[in-house]
Design a protein around this ligand. Structure first.
Ligand code: FE
Length: 167
């Protein structure tokens, strides 16, 4: 009888672990050097991105505040697009906005980004997208710190942190 409970317990554990496992996919479009613009259908991105990165970048979702990877992250380095590798932000320009999402007061180069008016959620906002792959990254607000007064409110899942990448 006890043995049977053990077996059920182990079986349940295996099912649970399998359900939480993030499948590591190979993404041939991720590059730190290639700046060629990518215009790929979502069906292709679905094959190469993790479910989390796909939901944010291709379905324009927003991750939960606070409980995300880079909200309180303070290491020195650069942030790239999680989908294509495009260099976007530096830790030098990261600050604590208190919003629960990683926030930057300027990008490394604005021309690495695309800006689009977003009227969803009954608000008018500026959506920020990656210029190389067109992936949704977050929004731009104008209540940030000096000198720009800008707040690039990003999704951690849309970013890939690289400690040693070249600016
Ligand atoms: Fe990208």
């Amino acid at each position: 009888m006890i043995k049977r409970f053990w077996l059920i317990g182990i079986f349940g554990l295996l099912i649970g672990c399998h359900g939480q496992k993030q499948v590591k996919k190979h993404n041939p479009y991720f590059s730190l050097t290639d700046t060629t613009e990518l215009r790929l259908p979502n069906s292709v991105w679905k094959e190469v991105l993790s479910d989390g990165v796909y939901t944010i970048t291709r379905e324009r979702s927003t991750e939960a505040p606070y409980n995300n990877e880079f909200c309180d992250f303070k290491a020195a380095g650069n942030y790239h697009c999680a989908a294509c590798g495009n260099l976007l932000f530096s830790s030098v320009n990261k600050y604590d906005s208190g919003t629960g999402w990683p926030s930057f007061w300027q990008p490394i180069q604005p021309n690495r980004l695309l800006f689009r008016k977003d009227f969803s959620e009954k608000m008018e906002r500026v959506e920020v997208l990656c210029k190389r792959c067109g992936g949704h990254l977050g929004h731009l607000f104008y209540d940030g710190p000096a000198p720009t007064r800008q707040r690039y409110c990003m999704n951690s899942l849309a970013l890939k942190f690289m400690k040693d990448s070249v600016k």
